[in-house]
Design a protein around this ligand. Structure first.
Ligand code: ADP
Ligand code: GLC
Length: 475
């Protein structure tokens, strides 16, 4: 079985969030099970990959009035072929999705080009049985396979799986995009591509894919409700028969305190002494007092409404009055960045904030903190709480989506209502528990013993791919 994954980011080549972590690890886990998997993504300006080589000089991409002369580069990563679509005009820019002025106005064209290039790769370089499309950036592909390319002999029998990593980002564009992208307007209706008058790439994936997955069982249920459906709950209920939730795994070769090269000292469940060295190192790095007895709460996140940090700011005065310190790494919404900076300026002994994206520091916060906070409004899966469990850092989470599926009362602290009071109560419970070192260490051990490696989840994707038979074996 051959599977071609299509996505806008993959670690370690380009990353803004957990999507990249998934695309960096799931393909190799699938390959281990015996499927042949490749990934196609844009060659952004920031992409650096040792061993990257040009394998295709000219892959013409045409749709609507557009013509792009792309080229394809390839690198092997964990034994998996990663194809990069090189098209400087579209991808050589300061950011991945946008810059200081906001999202790039031609993102619909940039990602339509990615899906067309993926089809070109499937025709000429990597004949595939399944296109596994991730998030709205790859959402048009299932639609094209069922329509414009339905009779293409090279793609006959090819099927598509569409994975929703975050329903909050839908790739909705003005109706004029239908013609710009060369889509047949006959499909621009409520049961097709249209979403409240706009062209929706997310909806294209949902409606036309042969199977839909999302990244946790709880989120699969939640997105069918008005509260979490972002207006798509009705469409998702209509297509519920092909929707399943498959929990993300984590790549323990990257996220394990025994072998993490970024840490001040390694440690394991059997010998936690290195964790204290990590805490001391982190306090020093963040400019906080080296008080090891005081609980330290870590945060690593995009600053977006989804992540719920407005709740933290609402209880800021109370929190700063507790015997606790916070190490925060985040980037995103400017008002949220400013609010954290302002609180840190008022309480420099208790709160240290780094604004930006810093991979190595994110590992040190996971290791050096006693607790890790994720008060998300919604969370399709969430990876940091799973990393926290492995690093012996007790998660405090809102019980939603994947947070509810990965943290329980034996390993962490959770709260249900999205209110400052509920968050405050959960933090209070965690701080009380921290005061009892024996029970706290038991809790650490229970969390570290949990296994969220990719094996089980990769097997579920594999079952899904194989549930419809293959085409390459006949070709
Ligand atoms: P999301 O994809 O919604 O941002 P996840 O929890 O699935 O949330 O994954 C986030 C990933 O991005 C994690 O690997 C996390 O460590 C990383 N990350 C988020 N913000 C930052 C940051 N400011 N610096 C470094 N890494 C970050
Ligand atoms: C999204 C979600 C996050 C999930 C990640 C990977 O960015 O916000 O919860 O873990 O995708 O699937």
């Amino acid at each position: 079985m051959k599977v071609l994954m299509v996505a806008s980011e993959a670690a370690p080549f380009a990353k803004t969030g957990g999507l990249a972590d998934v695309l960096g690890a799931l393909p190799a886990a699938l390959a281990k099970l015996g499927d042949e998997v490749a990934v196609v993504m844009p060659k952004y300006q920031s992409v650096r990959a040792e061993g990257l080589k040009r394998i295709w000089n000219l892959l013409p991409v045409t749709f609507g009035p557009s013509y792009f002369a792309t080229a394809i580069d390839e690198v092997l990563h964990n034994g998996v072929r990663y194809f990069f679509v090189d098209c400087p005009q579209l991808y050589h820019r300061a950011g991945i999705y946008g810059d200081s002025l906001g999202s790039y106005p031609d993102n619909h064209i940039r990602y339509a080009a990615l899906t067309h290039a993926a089809v070109g790769i499937a025709r000429s370089i990597f004949r595939t049985d399944v296109f596994h499309c991730h998030d709205w950036q790859a959402g048009l592909l299932p639609h094209l396979l069922k329509t414009a390319f339905a009779a293409d002999p090279a793609l006959l029998g090819t099927r598509s799986v569409f994975t929703i990593h975050n329903l909050g980002y839908q790739g909705n564009f003005p109706a004029s995009a239908v013609r710009e992208l060369g889509l047949d307007p006959v499909h621009f209706h409520m049961e097709g591509l249209e979403f409240y008058g706009q062209l929706s790439c997310m909806k294209a994936g949902i409606v036309y894919a042969d199977a839909i997955t999302t990244v946790s069982p709880t989120y699969a249920r939640e997105i069918q409700t008005p509260e979490h459906g972002f207006g798509m709950d009705g469409v998702l209920r209509t297509h519920a028969g092909k929707l399943t939730g498959i929990l993300n795994g984590v790549d323990y070769s990257v996220w394990s305190p025994e072998s993490d090269p970024h840490l001040a000292a390694p440690y394991s469940s059997g010998d936690l002494s290195g964790k204290q060295a990590c805490k001391r190192g982190l306090l020093r790095e963040m400019g906080l007092p080296e008080n090891l007895a005081r609980p330290l709460i870590g945060i690593v996140s995009r600053f977006a409404e989804q992540k719920g940090f407005d709740l933290i700011l609402e209880i800021g005065d109370w929190l700063m009055a507790q015997d606790v310190a916070l190490a925060v790494l985040g980037a995103g919404d400017a008002p949220m960045q400013d609010a954290f900076r302002a609180l840190a300026a008022q309480h420099p002994q208790k709160l240290a904030v780094r604004i930006g994206y810093a991979d190595a520091l994110s590992h040190r916060i996971e290791a050096g903190s006693d607790m890790f906070l994720m008060p998300s409004r919604y969370e399709p899966c969430g990876l940091n709480q799973i990393y926290s469990l492995r690093y012996g850092t007790i998660p405090i989470v809102r019980a939603t989506g994947g947070l509810a599926d990965t943290v329980d009362s034996s390993t962490g602290f959770s709260f249900d209502e999205f209110t400052p009071e509920a968050l405050q109560a959960a933090i209070t419970r965690a701080l009380h528990a921290f005061a009892n070192p024996t029970a706290w260490t038991d809790r650490i051990h229970r969390g570290m013993a949990k296994d969220f490696s990719w094996d089980a989840s990769a097997q579920k994707y594999r079952d899904l791919y194989h549930s419809h038979g293959t085409v390459t074996e006949f070709s």
